[in-house]
Design a protein around this ligand. Structure first.
Ligand code: NAD
Ligand code: MLT
Length: 511
């Protein structure tokens, strides 16, 4: 299943027209745009497509991925992939890619808008004017100048929020378990342990992904440690602020206001928060700007075109090891890895445990991770599953094989060695053709092309018998290689029966 064989793409959410245009004009891809498909319609139509592009409305469930028997890629025009069952996609060998930077500025600007809205109750005051009122007392606000903003999650959006709110002379502090304090200090955010954040803040905004560790990050316990009247903003994902705890805090006065763009259920059926007078709520508009939509639509289309043209794999969230796997330089090495895996499996059908992939030569220094996947494809040649570079290591693990890689600077020559079960195979390239250089400690006098049909013997070969069997099968001997311990014949056509050739293994490799 070639991951780049993407001919038909379904766009099932509303996306900028640039997306379909780029797919058609630059990728030669047939595109169907049907935003608003029901889950049932999606299930029945997805089988006809190699690619699916969504925003957040389409739920790409395991059922959708199973029904999509041709699917190779799911593109998310946006950041969060929580509407895609990424694990199920990985198991089925489907790449999931997103465009994580395209809407960051829009989400950051909206967050700043919510902070301003909360400080001066702008939406509430505007609504009262529309209701014919002129209420100057009720909407007394407070300045942002000199106030402290706590930012939980200091990645792309958290950083942009900090930079913007500093222009209001807010003090910006925060917490992020991954981004080092010296990095955030460069954009003016001093980090503190989470427990020391709560009591310092007038406003707290969350910019983390929704993970088990961030679900309910702001909960009853956190609110109880905050300053009375703290205001909170969630433009990230519903549930990072515990909605029930927020309602309790608003009702008790512990929380003085909330700006919410996202909800645990969208659209929310429970209206208690939305109707609360101190809540400013929006229907998930963080990325809803022309600029962000154009960027995300263009980016996801260009990423898929790059995949189709086998130029690069950009933005894959479930196949980071494959980032460098799609280029003309890497293709022959992937073929070699698959061939060596296949050969090892043929020589040692029961092989399991650790299979070590060793690369040498500067050019192969960063190839280890995807060559592991390539070798695993070869090892799993008899699996009755669709195995590809995305899911091969996963399936290998399921049958007790761990493929690991290492780089060795012992040789300057570009070489790939696959070893396991007490046997090692050394390969390289002759031009773009994968070649076997050595089995175990015995090099072949000239390397064996790993393509077409190979016959492999351990020990001696009865050459006259081989010639006789080949003649009766209308197959020809093309090359014959001997090393101490192994003989390999390259023949022009496969044999239906090799039993007359002693301990002979027939191995079919791509031409
Ligand atoms: P990012 O990956 O750049 O940053 C997220 C940061 O959160 C990371 O630095 C990570 O280390 C940090 N983090 C993880 N666990 C944490 C924890 N327990 N406490 C504190 N920090 C933690 O992501 P981003 O692009 O900045 O997006 C942030 C969020 O915004 C995501 O949930 C994304 O889905 C959402 N988003 C929403 C909209 C919208 O329309 N409202 C638009 C874009 C993105
Ligand atoms: C995102 O994660 O990119 C946003 O939530 C925006 C969207 O859903 O389109």
């Amino acid at each position: 299943m070639a991951l780049s064989d993407i001919r038909r793409v379904l766009i099932s959410d509303s996306l900028a027209p640039a997306c379909a245009h780029i797919l058609r004009s630059q990728g030669g891809i047939e595109v169907t745009e049907t935003p608003g498909l029901s889950p049932q319609e999606l299930l029945s139509q997805i089988k006809d497509y190699d690619g699916l592009i969504v925003r957040s409305a389409t739920k790409v469930t395991s059922d959708v991925l199973t029904a999509g028997t041709r699917l190779k890629v799911v593109g998310r025009a946006g950041t969060g992939v929580d509407n895609v069952d990424v694990e199920a996609a990985s198991k089925r060998g489907i790449i999931v890619m997103n465009t994580p930077t395209g809407n960051s500025l829009s989400a950051a600007e909206l967050t700043c808008g919510l902070i301003l809205s909360l400080s001066r109750q702008i939406p509430q005051a505007a609504a009262s004017m529309k209701n014919g009122k002129w209420d100057r007392k009720k909407y007394m606000g407070s300045e942002l100048h000199g106030k402290t903003l706590g930012i939980l999650g200091l990645g792309r959006i958290g950083k942009e929020v900090a930079i913007r709110m500093q222009s209001f002379q807010m003090k910006t502090i925060g917490y992020d378990p991954i981004i080092p304090p010296e990095v955030t200090a460069e954009f003016g955010v001093q980090q503190f342990p989470l427990d020391e954040i709560w009591a310092q803040c007038d406003y707290i905004t969350v910019h983390t992904p929704l993970l088990p560790s961030t679900t309910g990050l702001i909960n009853d316990a956190a609110f109880s440690k905050c300053r009375r009247g703290v205001q909170v903003i969630n433009c990230a994902r519903g549930g990072i602020i515990d909605e029930a705890a927020l309602l309790r805090a608003l009702e008790s006065g512990q929380c003085g206001g909330a700006g919410l763009d996202v909800f645990t259920e969208e659209p929310p059926r429970d209206r208690a928060l939305i109707e609360h007078p101190l809540v400013v709520s929006l229907p998930h508009l963080g990325a809803s700007t022309h600029e962000a939509q154009n960027r995300c639509g263009e980016e996801i289309a260009l990423q898929i075109v790059d995949l189709v043209k086998e130029r690069a794999l950009v933005g894959a969230v479930n196949a980071p090891a494959l980032t460098k796997a799609f280029s003309s330089e890497t293709k022959p090495w992937i073929k070699l890895g698959e061939a060596l895996g296949r050969l090892l499996h043929s020589l040692l059908p029961q092989v399991n445990g650790e299979i070590q992939v060793t690369t040498t030569g500067g050019a192969l220094k960063n190839y280890g991770s995807f060559l592991c996947s390539a070798v695993a494809i070869g090892l799993l040649q008899n699996a009755d599953k669709k195995v590809n570079l995305v899911n091969a290591c996963f399936f290998a693990q399921e049958v007790g094989i761990q493929v690991t890689s290492r780089y060795s600077s012992d040789s300057a020559e570009s070489r790939l060695e696959v070893s396991g079960g007490g046997l090692s195979l050394l390969g390289g390239l002759s031009g773009d053709t994968p070649c076997l250089i050595q089995i175990g400690s015995s090099p072949f006098r000239s390397s064996v092309s790993l393509k077409g049909t190979l016959l492999v013997w351990t020990g001696e070969t009865n050459l006259p018998k081989l010639v006789e069997v080949l003649a009766s099968a209308a197959s020809q001997l093309q090359t014959f290689h001997v090393s101490s311990g192994y003989s390999v014949a390259e023949v022009s056509a496969p044999l239906s029966d090799v039993s007359a050739l002693g301990s002979c293994l027939q191995i079919a490799l791509p031409a």
